[in-house]
Design a protein around this ligand. Structure first.
Ligand code: SF4
Length: 237
């Protein structure tokens, strides 16, 4: 079969192949509800999901609701989240975010993008994680892996995350956007790694425009990874 020539065709085939490769794509930040995921995603900036998951059990036990977190003593909160780095900024964001939830949304996490990004410490990437993973709404988080892979696969030429999200939203059905992002992230962590993409091991190498293995080669044999919790430096996002 001829390789797809359009970005839409490549996006569709990439998602088909990556769904076979990573059937259980899931967010690797531990959480029970939208509030916990929002907290965990804010904490995941500039650190790994693994490190966030180490601190959140005690954090969620100490501050189970937005009202509890809004009333937190900054020094105590800083100590709890210290291992995630940037703990002073993150403390300000968490307390500010929780206060805004209490004041404007009766302590609940809103679903609308405009409402989410109005919260302190919450950008589009975090908002899209919460929407797609916890709220069942369309959302395509664009992190460093999604940026790199979507450019390598010829799905966008943009470098700005908002423009990349716009381009990908035009290629991926709304209901599939969250899982598409999760699978690109997994593939970026395990195969299409930043410094030296492993094109020879990649299930997309027969149609990826950036593949460094020869064209017309047979599709690479599948080698499903069993690493469900590979860390990286970007958090879920
Ligand atoms: S073929 Fe190479 S560049 Fe393209 S997605 Fe796979 S690993 Fe990345």
């Amino acid at each position: 079969m001829a390789p797809p020539r359009s970005p839409r065709g490549r996006a569709r085939l990439a998602h088909e192949r990556l769904t076979e490769e990573y059937p259980e794509a899931r967010c690797e930040l531990d959480h029970h509800d939208a509030f916990e995921l929002l907290v965990a995603t804010i904490l995941s900036a500039q650190t790994t999901d693994v490190r966030v998951n180490l601190v959140t059990p005690a954090l969620f036990a100490r501050y189970p609701t937005a009202a509890d977190l809004a009333a937190a003593e900054p020094e105590e909160l800083e100590q709890l989240i210290l291992p995630t780095g940037f703990f002073r900024n993150k403390t300000r964001s968490l307390i500010g975010m929780a206060g805004a939830l209490v004041e404007r949304y009766d302590g609940a996490v809103p679903g609308a993008m405009d409402d989410l990004v109005s919260l302190p410490g919450v950008g589009r990437k975090t908002a899209n994680v919460v929407r797609s993973v916890a709220l069942g709404l369309p959302g395509l988080p664009v992190d460093t892996h999604v940026t790199r892979l979507s450019r390598l696969l010829g799905l966008t030429v943009e470098i700005d995350a908002v423009k990349i999200e716009r381009d990908l939203n035009g290629l991926v059905p709304a209901a599939k956007r969250g899982e598409f992002s999760l699978r690109l992230i997994l593939h970026g962590r395990r195969v299409c790694v930043a410094r030296r993409p492993r094109c020879g091991d990649c299930v997309l190498n027969d149609f990826c425009p950036s593949s460094v293995v020869r064209p017309n080669r047979p599709r690479a044999p599948r080698s499903r990874s069993n690493c469900a919790n590979a860390p990286d430096g970007t958090g879920t996002s």
